[in-house]
Structures are given as structure tokens and as C-alpha cells.
Design a protein around this ligand. Structure first.
Ligand code: URA
Length: 230
């Protein structure tokens, strides 16, 4: 990246101001004064303005174990929000990547990287979301085949993409879906004549909910987890 762009990204200075201070000899790369605004910076170099090192704010990525009763929006006048449970600077820049209903628990991904969020949530993303589902009525013998074929949700014209289920017991199963339509899992089981009594997401793509996280707790994602969303 060019030196003037790096400075305007990492500070409040405009690109014009950045050019001015560079030309004034106020900027050093690895302790050497540089006066060319177009000078390129390598990732391992340090940039200082009048002796103070500056750095680009890195994007932030978190997973939360969302408790029931918490909403996955940034602001809400009636219910606690997931972002409100976090102790982070500039929390107004954080976005939720793939919402969960107020009564759904489990893996919630939060970031300030809009591109990463889009890769995860765009309709073309084929990222699998895996849920543990508790049903009010026993699982029907035809469910696995119907889900694999694609069910038709009320109000929709097209079938859902094929989904994969694995039965745990009479009323519980894991369900893997590739889409993220509004209330998708609840509507899929409504289409099969059942009712979702509990819903817990434990995996999104290559990211699995950390079992060390108590409900309401969160942690930064590892580099591997971040890179797993392509
Ligand atoms: N599907 C739902 O119906 N609710 C959720 O919270 C997530 C997926």
C-alpha cells in the first residue's frame, strides 16, 4: 500500500494532509524519514509520524454463544442485544453475520469486516449452517427424504435447497442447511407439519461453537476460523 493511503487509513488525516506531512519530512518508515507519498509499505514495516508509531486497525471477528432472550440486531428498545453483551471499543462498527431468532441459542458470528460478512451471508454463499433441532412432535419417517429433496416453505415459490438431517432421538435431530431464509428452520418443519420447540446453532462453515463459552460469552475467532470462510 502507498504511504499516503496507509496514513489516511490508519489515522484521521485526509489523503491530502497525509501527503503534506510526508513532504514536510514528518513521517518515517522503519526509522528513516521518507518524503515520497507514493512510497510502498511492506506488511512488516513500521510507520511513525513525528516519532509515534501508527498502525492500521485490524478487522475484528468474534463468536458468541448467544443465549435465549437476546436479539441479533445492533439496537433494540425492548430486548438485550448481542452487541450489548460485548465489551469492545467502537462496538457500533460491529455487525452480526447471520442472525438468530430471539429464542434460538448458539453460534453467532460478529465482525466489522463487511466483505467477510457478505461472503458468509450472501444468498450465493454455500456455507453450511448446522443446528440441533428439538421438535414438539416425533420425527416423521419421511422427513429425511423430504428435506433431502427440498421442502416448499409457505409463501415461497421455490423449493429449499436440499438439507441433510441426522436423527438423535424421537424428537431431536441435527439439520444442515446451506441457505439462511427468514425463520428458515422453523418454517421447514412447519411445512412438514411439525413445530420447532428448541433451536441451537453449533456450526457455520468451518467454525464450530467453542464448548468453553457459557451462554452470553464470546471470544475472538482464530486466524484459521476467519480464513475458513471463503
Ligand atoms: N432458522 C430459524 O427458524 N431460526 C433461526 O434462528 C435460525 C434459523
Amino acid at each position: 500500500m502507498r504511504l499516503d493511503k496507509y496514513i489516511s487509513n490508519a489515522t484521521d488525516l485526509s489523503r491530502t494532509d497525509a501527503k503534506r506531512i510526508i513532504k514536510n519530512g514528518e513521517v518515517a518508515i522503519d526509522d528513516e524519514i521518507v518524503t515520497n507519498p507514493a512510497q510502498k509499505i511492506a506488511p512488516d514495516q513500521t510507520v511513525a509520524i513525528e516519532g509515534s508509531v501508527i498502525s492500521m486497525a485490524k478487522s475484528r471477528y468474534f463468536m458468541m454463544n448467544k443465549p435465549a432472550g437476546v436479539v441479533s440486531v445492533t439496537k433494540d428498545n425492548h430486548n438485550p442485544t448481542a452487541i450489548g453483551l460485548m465489551y469492545e471499543h467502537r462496538s457500533d462498527e460491529l455487525q452480526i453475520a447471520g442472525r438468530l431468532d430471539i429464542d434460538t441459542t448458539g453460534l453467532l458470528l460478529i465482525t466489522d469486516d463487511g466483505k467477510w460478512n457478505h461472503r458468509l451471508t450472501s444468498p450465493r454463499s454455500d456455507c453450511a449452517k448446522i443446528y440441533e433441532v428439538g421438535l414438539a412432535e416425533p420425527i416423521g419417517a419421511d422427513y429425511a427424504a423430504a428435506l433431502a429433496k427440498g421442502v416448499l416453505l409457505e409463501g415461497e415459490k421455490h423449493l429449499c435447497l436440499p438439507a441433510h438431517m441426522e436423527q438423535i432421538d424421537d424428537n431431536h435431530l441435527t439439520l444442515s442447511i446451506a441457505e439462511g431464509k427468514y425463520h428458515q428452520v422453523k418454517r421447514m418443519f412447519a411445512a412438514l407439519g411439525n413445530h420447532v420447540a428448541s433451536l441451537h446453532r453449533f456450526q457455520v462453515g468451518g467454525i464450530t461453537l467453542d464448548t468453553e463459552l457459557e451462554p452470553g460469552e464470546y471470544r475472538p475467532l482464530t486466524d484459521l476460523e476467519i480464513a475458513s470462510i471463503q
